[in-house]
Design a protein around this ligand. Structure first.
Ligand code: NPQ
Ligand code: MG
Length: 368
């Protein structure tokens, strides 16, 4: 496939409610979309970087810069490219995995639209619908949290994830268990807010039968996570720490985690994500698909990935309405706690032109 040109496009989407985590509060999403144009077709990708480097070192302005200055020129200089070649071609540039993922996804979408194959089929998905969990932000009070959880359970979400931080951990978990019972699938996510000194405190969560505790310690704390895992009955899951299949192998070998949250954008692409899925499956390590408040573009891709057989836990693959009143694509709507895996060519969804035009704040066409 020869690339004719690539468009970068920034869109502004308000969140239905502020989303608070241990690293900050977000009220809107500044999303970078990538559109790859070839003589046969076009394809879309989404860059999940936040406006500020709070979740990881990446942020939208940096993604735009590295894409237009390095990643796109490298790709368009090639005589021909396909989805498998993108990560290889971009490997000499260090980091910037979210930007690379957006580009790889757009190339894959264009290629699959041309060949008529769905993204799910390309990845090796075996399910046609996936069970959905929801990530619930830190609230100002426990009653407010219980109302939010009640609403999500009524909508059909099959698993609840509570964001935690020091000062908002044992009590909210206890309150949710007391109100909704022991049968609710429940887990917590600290986004790296604790240190190993907190091991005794975190072990107070053991009595609540949580599915897992996600990223309790800092990104680089592979050894500390292994030590913590020995002190907790709650299984440790890693998110931010795992940026590649090599990281996943190290974490499994060290015993840093027994479950992995796979976010394709964090690891540099959907093909790298599938490698982690395959490695984890070989080791009997459960995986689930994380979320970065994706629009319908990234959401479609994540739902396809989550339909692979090793994804044995419900993901943060929520419906569009969890975050957005109007999604950029046709919305993903929960049906009995599940989302259907798109079956059309490529991602099977695309931006609705009028919506896209309304929310676009900036765009740039980069010819090959
Ligand atoms: C996580 N996601 O699993 C992330 C963190 C996160 C669904 O909990 C804007 C963009 C705000 C990306 C807030 C969920 C965000 C964001 C939180 C990602 O750790
Ligand atoms: Mg997380």
């Amino acid at each position: 496939m020869k690339i004719s040109g690539i468009e970068l496009r920034r869109i502004d989407l308000p969140l239905v409610a502020p989303f608070r985590t241990s690293f900050g509060v977000e009220s809107e999403r500044d999303v970078l979309l990538v559109r790859v144009v070839t003589p046969e077709s076009e394809g879309w990708g989404e860059c999940v970087a936040m406006s500020a480097p709070l979740y990881s070192s990446e942020y939208v302005d940096a993604s735009v810069d590295v894409l237009r200055r390095f990643l796109i020129p490298e790709l368009t200089s090639l005589p021909s490219v396909d989805g498998y070649g993108v990560a290889h071609a971009l490997a000499k540039f260090k980091g910037h995995r979210m930007a690379k993922t957006a580009l790889e996804l757009a190339v894959l979408d264009a290629q699959l639209r041309a060949s008529g194959e769905s993204f799910a089929r390309f990845l090796g998905a075996t399910a046609d619908r996936v069970p959905c969990g929801v990530s619930v932000g830190i609230m100002n009070s426990v009653p407010e949290l219980l109302d939010a959880v009640d609403g999500y359970l009524s909508e059909g979400y099959v698993r609840i994830k509570l964001k935690i931080e020091p000062g908002w951990d044992v009590e909210p978990v206890r309150a949710v268990r007391e109100r909704f019972g022991d049968d609710v699938l429940l887990q917590v996510d600290a986004n790296a807010a604790y240190t190993l000194v907190d091991a005794g405190h975190l072990s107070k969560l053991d009595e609540f039968g949580l599915l897992l505790i996600e990223q309790p310690l800092a990104n680089d704390d592979f050894v500390q996570h292994a030590a913590l895992a020995k002190q907790l009955r709650t299984p440790v899951c890693l998110d931010e720490s795992i940026e590649s299949v090599e990281h996943a192998a190290a974490a499994i070998t060290l015993g840093s985690c027994s479950i992995i949250n796979i976010k394709p954008a964090r690891v540099g692409g959907y093909i790298e994500a599938r490698k982690i899925h395959d490695l984890a499956s070989a080791h009997g390590v459960a995986v689930w698909c994380g979320g970065m408040l994706e629009t319908g573009i990234g959401r479609a891709a994540n739902v396809a990935l989550a339909a692979l057989p090793g994804f044995t836990l419900p993901g943060d693959t929520s419906g569009s309405s969890r975050y957005y009143a109007t999604d950029v694509t046709e919305p993903f709507v929960l049906d009995d706690g599940h989302l259907s895996v798109p079956t059309g060519p490529g991602l099977g969804v695309e931006p609705v032109p009028d919506v896209l035009a309304d929310i676009t704040t900036w765009s740039e066409w980069i010819p090959a």
